[in-house]
Write a protein that binds this ligand. Structure first.
Ligand code: KIV
Ligand code: ZN
Length: 380
């Protein structure tokens, strides 16, 4: 069973322009817990008073999920996390020479020392420790191995490889995980960003290679192009690799919309699985195929992720689509009325329009020759 570490409330909230109130964070945490997420990164306790209030609210809820706070390798960060009663710390240590030199202004040795002291400090305070290598994918492999090996000796509980700027490919993800696995017996987690649109593929590939936990966010929100998306990773693992998680997939659509609304980030129509077009069909050949067997043009049923199938009428529609829509609306038309309605739909389509259900009712009224007064009755 692969573990899902959700970072919607930490990396997701780092989406430019996004900030949640403590009660909003609590509401999302409860939904994530109901969804079956194993670990919730509730935020970064050192960030602000409000952030600590949010994390405390979440930890006081006694959810099933492990509650984590992001921390740097600093006792003050770990103390803040402890003050919020978290179960674990996501202890992040930059490991690339680029980050160590320019961001931390520390040598490898100094950085390694700080990291290991922080692991010891957190363990001495009874915390579960996930030791995360920031910018791992641009780090020297020998240095990464050294950090993880020494972290393991100090009883860190898990390791995480961060693809901070999204430069992994599925092949590289596989090689990296296999390499690291030779040096540690601890569970390996993967944290991917979507700068090249590869986050889901890289995450799934890392899991296939032996990582047992992945970091994800609802709708793939996060810094810049975002993180690996929870719904894509979970369903990709399940449907394409037969790898299970504890996620109750029918709840995915609902949480997608809750997060989108609270964070004011619309879900693109073509977003895999939870987008409004993910199970929408217009082309005549497709709709005809679907009527005969939905598997012809759908890889999974929309209900599996709580989404729904939509048949869209427009320029590409065939008669099967119109027939299907009329049946759904419980509307009968004579042969002539049907042909006229179909031709009107095509004309609309050629004008660059798509026919909504309201438009379709107007078309039906027209072909039936219904007067304005009667039309109102039909609409009701
Ligand atoms: O992308 C990243 O490297 C991160 C770490 C700070 C965990 O989010
Ligand atoms: Zn990140």
């Amino acid at each position: 069973m692969v573990k899902i570490f959700d970072t919607t409330l930490r990396d997701g909230e780092q989406t430019p322009g996004v900030s949640l109130t403590p009660s909003q964070k609590l509401e999302i945490a409860i939904k994530l817990d109901e969804l079956g997420v194993n670990i919730i990164e509730a935020g970064s306790a050192i960030t602000s008073k409000g952030e600590r209030e949010s994390i405390k609210l979440i930890t006081s809820e006694n959810l099933n999920a492990e509650i984590a706070s992001f921390v740097r390798a600093l006792p003050v960060d770990i103390d803040s996390a402890i003050s919020c009663n978290v179960d674990s710390v996501h202890l992040v240590v930059p490991t690339s020479d680029l980050h160590m030199t320019y961001k931390l202004r520390k040598t490898r040795e100094e950085n390694l020392n700080d990291a290991l002291k922080a692991v010891e400090y957190a363990k001495n305070h009874g915390l579960i420790v996930e030791l995360s290598a920031e910018d791992a994918t641009r780090s020297d492999l020998e240095f990464l191995k050294e950090l993880f090996k020494m972290g393991e000796e100090l009883n860190a509980d898990r390791m995480c490889l961060c693809d901070t700027v999204g430069i992994l490919t599925p092949n590289k993800a596989e090689t990296l995980v296999k390499n690291i696995k030779e040096y540690t017996k601890l569970p390996i987690s993967i944290h991917c960003h979507n700068d090249f649109g590869m986050a889901t593929a890289n995450t799934v590939s890392a899991i296939h290679a032996g990582a047992t936990q992945c970091h994800v966010t609802v709708n793939g929100i996060g810094e810049r192009a975002g993180n690996a998306s929870l719904e894509e990773v979970v369903m990709g693992l399940k449907s394409l690799y037969n790898i299970n998680t504890d996620i109750e997939s029918e709840k995915l659509y609902k949480i997608s919309r809750i997060v989108s609304k609270m964070m004011k980030i619309p879900v693109p129509a073509n977003k895999a699985l939870v987008g409004d077009n993910a199970f929408s069909h217009e082309a005549g050949i497709h709709v005809d195929g679907l009527m005969k067997n939905t598997e012809t043009y759908e890889p999974i049923s929309p209900e599996m992720v709580g989404n729904r199938r939509k048949i869209i009428l427009g320029k590409h529609s065939g008669k099967a689509a119109l027939k299907y829509k009329l049946e759904l609306m419980n509307i009968g038309l004579s042969h002539e009325q049907f042909e006229e309605a179909y031709s009107k739909i095509k004309t609309f389509g050629d004008l660059g329009k798509y026919i909504s259900d309201v438009d379709l009712k107007t078309v039906i009224n027209e072909v039936r020759g219904v007067t304005l007064e009667k039309k109102v009755i039909l609409d009701e």
